[in-house]
Design a protein around this ligand. Sequence first.
Ligand SMILES: [Zn+2]
Length: 330
Amino acid sequence: MGLDWTEAKQRQPRASAILARTIEKDRLAHAYLFEGSRGTGKMAIAELMAQVFLCRQRTGIEPCNECADCKRVTSGNHPDVHVIEAQGAVIKVDQIRGLKKEFSMRGMESGKKVYLVKDADRMNASAGNSLLKFLEEPDGEALAILTTTRPQGMLKTILSRVQVMSFQPLSPDVFVKSLVEHGVKEQDALLLSRMTANLDEALALTEEDWIAEARKKVIQLLDDLVTRPGYSLISLQDDWVPFFKEKPDVQLGIDLLILWYRDLLRLKVDQPEELVYVDQEDRLWKQAVNLTEERLANHLQAVVDTKRRIDANTSPQLAMEQMLIRLQEG
Ligand SMILES: [Zn+2]
């Protein structure tokens, strides 16, 4: 089953409210462009729109979810819903021509039709121009929904013929919920929600349990730093460096360290309910009581500086070693 408007509004309050109101007033545009980063619900809401448009038992703004039309839309095999997506890097003109042919031949079912063009910025110029002709001859019985993460890559002529709806990054709460629905543990989902607002990126970080392992490495390094500081450089060498190998990994590792120090600051200002390392409250408290706010701020600064130095091409290992030394001193 797909989304309903209540769920859609949780994900995309603004765009969903506008769309729901237009449906209520029966004033749907014939073409929309949903623009926003990955994982913001563009396709899910496009599917809901297709259901709304094709459902024959709709009362109000919600599709019935029970009729053949609704079921076929959510299972992805409605004969009057056509999805165009890039084959390889581009959407080719033949794909758009195929779509036109499809529509001229059809005439079955409800007489209504929906076309969804995913990553519409990937249309090459001829595909774009071909689609444009389609959009220029609006047919009251057709609904077009284009999606893109790069509206700046769209032909201006197309932009001027579609209603653009901006999809915002999900709120952290909704993002965490959505990750948990994808099978991510809550403790990992919380961390991920602070590292990226992009669902695909977040899910990629859960592959092979990467995030869970990374989390352990971070906790271990900081534990060593506190309980056996003389060992922390060895711990860095033996455990951290082999795990956070490439520069992007190193930067993610440092992000995780920063989140830890922010948690310590949260305890200092008495906001334990805001913790990101939710299951580490005891360990965090033990570290927080031994640090003044000033030292804590210095530590956080040391970590942030390290990230910047690595960005500026200092060797990650060297920068990390110097960071550990600073953390022991300050
Ligand atoms: Zn229905």
